[in-house]
Design a protein around this ligand. Structure first.
Ligand SMILES: NC(=O)c1ccc[n+]([C@@H]2O[C@H](COP(=O)([O-])OP(=O)(O)OC[C@H]3O[C@@H](n4cnc5c(N)ncnc54)[C@H](O)[C@@H]3O)[C@@H](O)[C@H]2O)c1
Length: 318
């Protein structure tokens, strides 16, 4: 993918030095100081843009001219797990509106959701707990989109259950979907992100992965693991121009939350329990979370990696 100059951003030459040094390190060569002149002279066609402007990964024109709408995701190709429902679906909708093409990777309803979204969306069956399914789905996403510049790991399940009533199978299932899933999908997507010269990964963590909640132990621990995985991978991939961030939502009105409300004996009491923890006193919407995912997936967050944005209306400590 052609990386284009953008009128904003950090020091392009310094960034290229980092990339060149990183390539040397990966190739196992001795790392020598690299001069700015050699960087400029060895510039590939993609790198040539560095001479004229600032490099922002996957940044297509974001300096909209008068009378033009600025598309923050113009030309970007993004795979979204859990893209058939809730936050993943709303993210897909927003990304398409901002000029992206998306592949929805989901265990349920991915094709129906993609055709409802219309132009710019592909639906691909994927079980994020299966290594083989993930590998095939990510490859299919790369083929459908002609490459990959971004990944959003939104597939997830929650489980409100006291520990004493949590079977080992329950525990494993929550961790398989919420933590192993992002690991498998990220690993499978790396080749494509590297081939694109960099990209973005956004993980849907949770406020429950930042602060504990009772009767939610399996989910809290899986999401806390995802937060730490986000931070570790951000450092691991920093020199490759792959940014890794997380969004940690509070209670958001999606099918997941609805399922929780229908499973408890007293829906109203559970709703009040959710609301009591939110400073703003209401549930969030999937679109409010998708807007944070958008920020972390576009060039507006070009110097943010390893970050966690909490979208929770202000978490009240109780
Ligand atoms: N809704 C909330 O209140 C809330 C709060 C904090 C964090 N989150 C996180 O946000 C993410 C999205 O949640 P949501 O509310 O949109 O949920 P949702 O249930 O609406 O959507 C989740 C999607 O994941 C898919 N999925 C489940 N298991 C899968 C698997 N094995 N392989 C592939 N896809 C699978 C489902 O089919 C579904 O389409 C989740 O990771 C969730 O933990 C949600």
């Amino acid at each position: 993918m052609q990386i284009e100059p953008c009128g904003r951003g950090g020091d392009p030459v310094h960034r290229h030095l980092l990339l060149a040094q990183h390539r040397n390190r990966r190739a196992g060569t001795i790392i020598k100081p690299i001069s700015v002149a050699s960087v400029i002279s060895s510039a590939t066609p993609v790198d040539a843009s560095l001479r004229d402007g600032h490099l922002m990964e996957g940044c297509r024109p974001c300096n909209g001219q008068q009378g033009q709408v600025r598309m923050r995701m113009h030309g970007r190709r993004v795979a979204i797990t859990g893209g058939s429902s809730g936050i993943g679906l709303e993210t897909a909708r927003l990304f398409i509106a901002e000029g992206a093409r998306v592949a929805l990777l989901d265990l349920n309803g991915s094709e129906a959701a993609a055709s409802a979204l219309g132009h710019g969306a592909s639906g691909i069956l994927c079980d994020v707990t299966s290594e083989a399914s993930v590998q095939a789905a990510v490859e299919a996403a790369g083929q459908a989109l002609g490459g990959l510049d971004g990944l959003v790991n939104s597939a997830g399940v929650s489980l409100w259950r006291p520990l004493a009533e949590t079977s080992y199978e329950d525990w494993r299932r929550v961790h398989a979907i919420d933590l192993d899933g992002p690991f498998l999908v990220t690993r499978a997507a790396l080749r494509l992100l590297r081939a694109a010269g960099g990209g973005t990964i956004v993980n849907l963590a949770s406020g429950a992965g930042m602060r504990p909640l009772p009767n939610l132990g399996a989910y809290c621990s899986a999401k806390a693991g995802l937060v730490m995985l986000t931070r570790a991978l951000a450092l691991e991939f920093a020199a490759e121009n792959i940014r890794v961030n997380a969004v940690a939502p509070g209670p958001i009105h999606t099918p997941m939350l609805e399922r929780t409300l229908t499973r408890v004996p007293d829906r109203e009491a559970k709703m009040q329990e959710f609301l009591a923890r939110v400073g703003m006193g209401r549930l969030g919407t999937a679109e409010e979370v998708a807007r944070a995912v958008l920020f972390l997936s576009c060039a507006e967050s070009s110097f943010t990696t390893g970050g966690v944005i909490e979208v929770d209306g202000g978490r009240v400590q109780i």
